[in-house]
Design a protein around this ligand. Structure first.
Ligand SMILES: O=P(O)(O)OC[C@H]1O[C@H](O)[C@H](O)[C@@H](O)[C@@H]1O
Length: 470
C-alpha cells in the first residue's frame, strides 16, 4: 500500500517499499504531471544514502522518462534541501527525493516536492493516491535508464555548487571569518557533509567531522538528532573545546545543536535563537510560523517585537503554506526543521546550521548566553515529549476516546480552550499546553507538554500518558 504521511511516503523495505510500488508511485506522479499540463517542465530526482535509495531513484527516472517526461537526475547522494533547491532553481514545478529521512534504517520512502522547492501539499499527495488507486499495475510505462540517458530524456546534473554558493551568499561570511570558530559536525552517516563542510571551510571555520562513512545502518542509531543520539558529539564538544556541535538527520533537512558546554539545544530553542537574532540583530521584520507541538516562546518573542506567531498542524507543508500566506520571516517545528523567508520553502538543516554559525559570529555571544538573554526577557518554557508505542488494535480505542468521546483527564489546571486541528491540544489558562497526536511518520502516539517549569511539564505529560495507556 502507498500512503503519504506527515513527510512523504515511508515504508518498510521489502514490505511496502518495493520496486513495484516505487514504479506504481512514479506512474501516478507521471499521470499527475500530465493532468496538470506541466510534464514538459521536467522533474528533479535525487536520493540519500539509505539502502536502495540510488536504485529507487533510477526506477523513478525510468518510469518518468518512459512517459516522455524530462528528468534532471542528481547522480550522487544529496541532501533533501538541495533537491528542493534544484526544483526551485530549474522551475520544474515538481521533484522527488528517495529518503525515509529520520526513520529507522529498515525504512525507505519518497518525498514529493512542488513549486518553489516545498513539500507537496495534502491536495497533491491525495491526488497521487487517487491516481494510484485508478492505476492498472501493468500500465506502467518505462524505458531503461541507459536508453533514457542516450535519448536525452534523463539528464545527469550537479547542482552542488549553486546550492552551496547560494547559502554562502545568504550568510555573513566576513563576520564568520573573523570569529575563527571551532566546529564539529555529525552528519549521522547521512548526506550533509559535502555541503556543510564546504560552507564552513569557505568561511574559515576549523571543522572536524565524525560519523561520515557510508553505513546504511546509521551506526545502529536512529538518524534523528536528539540528546541521546548525539551523545558522542556532546562528549567531543566538551573534550576538545569546540564552539558548537552540529548534527543533521539522515537527509539533512533537520538539525540538532550541541552548545559549547555540551548541552543539547532543543530545536524549540534553535528556532527562538534564530528568530530573536533576525529580529534584534539584523533588524528584519515579520511573523513566525510554528506547528502546534512547538514552543509558545516563539509567540512571546513575536509579541515582544510587535509581530505575530501563526500555529499550524504538524508537517512542514503546513508551515510553508502559512509562511507564504503571511510572508512570515521564519517557520519551523520542534522536530528540528526550519527555513527563512527568501530561501527554499522547505526545511533545510544545512542552511539553518550556517545561519547559527553566523549568529555566533555576529553576536559574539555563546549560544547559552544568548538563550539566557531570551529567557530573561520572554520567560522560561519547558517542553517534555512522551512518545508511546501503541498496538494496532489499540488505535481505534484511542481514536474513539480522544476524538469521538472527546475525553480528557484532570490536569489540575484551568483549561482556556482545546483544538482538534491535529490530535487534541489543550491550552491552559496559565499559558501551558499539552497535545496528544498520532505520528504521521512512525507508529507512535506523540505527547508533548509545555509549562513554565520542568516538573509541571513532566506531570502534565504523564497525566495524559497514563490516561491514554491504561
Ligand atoms: O510527528 P510526525 O507526524 O512523525 O512528524 C515529524 C516530522 O516528520 C517529518 O520530518 C515532517 O517533514 C515534519 O514536518 C514532521 O514534523
Amino acid at each position: 500500500m502507498i500512503k503519504f504521511g506527515t513527510g512523504g511516503w515511508r515504508a518498510l523495505i521489502g514490505e511496502d517499499f518495493t520496486k513495484e510500488n516505487v514504479q506504481t508511485l512514479s506512474q501516478a506522479v507521471a499521470d499527475l504531471l500530465k493532468a496538470r499540463h506541466c510534464a514538459e517542465r521536467g522533474f528533479v530526482i535525487g536520493y540519500d544514502r539509505r539502502f536502495l535509495s540510488d536504485k529507487a531513484a533510477r526506477w523513478i527516472a525510468e518510469v518518468l522518462a518512459g512517459n516522455g517526461i524530462p528528468v534532471f537526475f542528481i547522480d550522487k547522494v544529496a541532501p533533501t534541501p538541495l533537491i528542493m533547491f534544484t526544483v526551485k532553481k530549474l522551475e520544474t514545478g515538481f521533484g522527488a527525493a528517495v529518503t525515509a529521512s529520520h526513520n529507522p534504517a529498515d525504512y525507505n520512502g519518497v518525498k514529493i516536492f512542488t513549486d518553489g522547492g516545498r513539500d507537496a501539499t495534502e491536495t497533491v499527495t491525495d491526488e497521487i493516491e487517487s491516481f494510484i488507486a485508478a492505476l492498472d499495475p501493468k500500465a506502467v510505462s518505462r524505458i531503461d535508464f541507459e536508453s533514457g540517458l542516450q535519448n536525452g530524456l534523463i539528464r545527469p546534473i550537479d547542482p552542488f555548487n549553486e546550492y552551496i554558493d547560494t547559502i554562502l551568499g545568504m550568510i555573513d561570511t566576513e563576520a564568520i571569518k573573523n570569529r575563527k570558530l571551532k566546529v564539529i559536525l555529525d552528519p549521522m552517516f547521512g548526506v550533509s557533509k559535502t555541503c556543510l563542510q564546504t560552507i564552513l571551510l569557505t568561511a574559515r571555520c576549523e571543522v572536524e567531522v565524525i560519523n561520515d562513512r557510508h553505513d546504511t545502518l546509521f551506526g545502529g542509531r536512529l538518524p534523528s538528532p536528539s540528546t541521546h543520539t548525539l551523545q558522542r558529539l556532546r562528549d567531543m564538544v566538551v573534550e576538545r573545546h569546540y564552539d558548537i556541535g552540529i548534527g543533521t538527520d539522515g537527509d539533512a533537512d533537520r538539525l540538532g545543536i550541541i552548545d559549547e558546554k555540551g548541552d543539547f539545544i532543543h530545536p524549540n530553542n534553535i528556532l527562538a535563537l534564530l528568530y530573536y537574532y533576525l529580529l534584534k540583530f539584523k533588524g528584519w521584520k515579520g511573523g513566525v510560523v510554528r506547528n502546534l507541538a512547538t514552543t509558545h516562546l516563539l509567540d512571546r518573542i513575536a509579541a515582544g517585537f510587535g509581530e505575530t506567531c501563526f500555529e499550524v498542524p504538524v508537517g512542514f507543508k503546513h508551515i510553508s503554506s502559512m509562511m507564504e500566506a503571511q510572508n512570515a520571516l521564519i517557520g519551523g517545528e520542534s522536530s528540528g526543521g526550519l527555513t527563512i523567508r527568501g530561501h527554499i520553502r522547505g526545511k533545510d538543516g544545512v542552511f539553518a546550521a550556517s545561519l547559527l554559525i553566523e549568529l555566533l559570529s555576529v553576536t559574539q555571544k555563546s549560544l547559552s548566553e544568548l538563550l539566557e538573554e531570551i529567557h530573561q526577557q520572554f520567560g522560561y518554557f519547558y517542553m517534555v515529549e512522551n512518545d508511546c508505542r501503541f498496538k494496532p488494535q489499540d488505535k481505534e480505542r484511542l481514536q474513539k476516546l480522544l476524538f469521538e468521546d472527546k475525553a480528557l483527564p484532570d490536569f489540575g489546571y484551568a483549561i482556556a480552550r482545546r483544538s482538534y486541528a491535529d490530535g487534541v491540544k489543550v491550552y491552559f489558562e496559565n499559558g501551558g499546553w499539552v497535545i496528544a497526536r498520532f505520528s504521521g511518520t512512525e507508529p507512535l502516539l506523540r505527547i508533548f507538554a509545555e509549562m513554565d517549569n520542568e516538573a509541571a511539564a513532566q506531570a502534565v505529560g504523564e497525566t495524559m500518558k497514563t490516561f491514554l495507556t491504561v
